[in-house]
Design a protein around this ligand. Structure first.
Ligand code: GLV
Ligand code: MN
Ligand code: MN
Length: 426
């Protein structure tokens, strides 16, 4: 048996020094599958729980009921983040929070975000079963609108909580139907008043990329999260006849958008440490034989390197203006998210690595390509992330999968890290 990290020289609740405390993997998987039944839409293979939707509400209610079953004190803050906290021996101390999100993209898998929340809940269930007492309170956090599909910016709950975005500005953000965040929060009954200040934050997540799976590592030790910038852009030209309008007389909005995208893809390929995606595009009037007068689209730009991130953001805007000018178009642009690259504190990265190694798991250090609430929680408290392999690196897709044994390993590491920070009472 492998000694657990937090035991040190002590004996907890009669547990032998070298006895391994592990999460209940079957229970964790059962919870993941149960939550994963919420948000099934006809015609889609995966789950769709857009932030603050009815489906998100149903999922939140389930999480709150599970928190209450474990005796956690549940609070909701003004941006709708949910915290369920287990008492510590010293209530004056700040809670160690583990968590992630339960909103999803459209037609998602069941692990992205949910694994971090339910892994955290499993840790609580397990330490409740064992009657382990900690000096700090320990809790589960469930953040609002991590995905940013319905409302931008993404990671909204943690961004507002960390002071990076004014609450009133977040409340005023609208979805495509003109519904504001505040209206949606009220509508589902998750506009609260709580204010949990964490001692530390741990986020367990599937990698969502191919590195761990391809290289055969069991635990990803996350060093940081790459910077993410989002824009909503509109190029406006003139609708005209597809067969009679000479090429040099067109003001083709789609041509401007296409030119911009292919230019940006060449730019990031040449950089080597950046990504660019135009994931959404709407054309007007949208007819086969009409030159498009409007291209309404999004741009997602990312880099892990601080200088490349700043330079690339300027490049996206410069190229958009250049495309507009070249094609006789007007450009409207709104930056909807701007999260700087984050580098977690070395001692927190080291804690994850040591915890995994003590259990005999193979580890690999890597940055996160996806955005996470951890990148904003890092601003207000020591933060770390634990990754487990995603089979073939598939995510944001119903094909997202991870091996049960990997899911268990990740949650065991989460357990060790949380207990190390919460300080088990001897
Ligand atoms: C969140 O999942 C993102 O990286 O877009
Ligand atoms: Mn996620
Ligand atoms: Mn995601």
């Amino acid at each position: 048996m492998i000694p657990i990290f937090y035991l040190g020289h002590a004996d907890i609740c009669g547990r032998a020094l070298n006895e391994e405390l592990r999460v209940d993997a079957v229970r964790l998987l059962r919870s993941l599958n149960e939550l994963g039944m919420i948000g099934r839409r006809q015609g889609l293979k995966g789950v769709t729980r857009l932030a603050l939707s009815e489906e998100d509400c149903e999922a939140r209610d389930l999480i709150v009921s599970w928190m209450e079953e474990e005796g956690l004190k549940v609070s909701v803050d003004p941006i709708g983040n949910i915290f369920g906290v287990r008492e510590g021996a010293n209530p004056a101390l700040k809670p160690v929070i583990m968590g992630s999100h339960i909103d999803t993209v459209i037609d998602a898998g069941i692990y992205d975000g949910a694994y971090g929340v339910l892994g955290a809940l499993e840790v609580i269930r397990r330490i409740n079963e064992e009657g382990i007492e900690t000096r700090h309170p320990v809790g589960v956090g469930c953040f609002t609108n991590e995905e940013g599909v319905r409302f931008q910016p993404d990671m909204m709950g943690s961004l507002v909580k960390s002071g990076g975005y004014p609450l009133e500005k977040a409340y005023a953000r609208k979805d495509d139907d003109g519904v504001t965040v505040k209206e949606a929060l009220k509508g589902i009954g998750y506009l609260g008043k709580g204010d949990a200040k964490p001692e530390a934050y741990f986020e367990l997540h599937v990698e969502q990329g191919p590195i761990l799976h391809k290289r055969g590592f069991q635990i990803g030790v996350v060093e940081g999260v790459q910077g993410i910038a989002w824009w909503r852009m509109a190029l406006r030209g003139e609708a005209n006849h597809a067969g009679t309008t000479p090429l040099d007389m067109r003001r083709d909005a789609m041509a401007g958008a296409a030119e911009l995208y292919s230019g940006l893809l060449e730019y990031v390929a040449a950089k080597g440490n950046a990504f660019c995606t135009m994931g959404r595009l709407r054309l007007e009037p949208g007819a086969i034989n009409v030159v498009p007068s409007l291209a309404d689209f999004t741009v997602d730009y990312r880099s892990n390197d601080d200088a490349t991130f700043s330079e690339g953001k300027a490049e996206v805007e410069r190229r958009a203006e250049e495309s507009a000018k070249r094609r006789g178009l007007t450009l409207e642009k709104e930056m909807t998210a701007d999260a700087q690259p984050v580098h977690f504190r070395p001692e927190m990265v080291g804690l994850v690595e040591d915890s995994a190694r003590r259990r005999g798991y193979s580890t690999f250090r890597l940055p996160s390509g996806a955005g996470h609430d951890a990148q904003f929680m890092h601003v207000i408290c020591p933060t770390a992330m634990i990754f487990v392999p995603s089979i073939n690196g598939v995510s944001h897709s119903p094909g997202e999968r991870s091996e049960a044994a990997d899911l268990e390993r990740g949650a065991n590491v989460l357990l060790d890290c949380a207990l190390a920070k919460a300080e088990v009472k001897k």
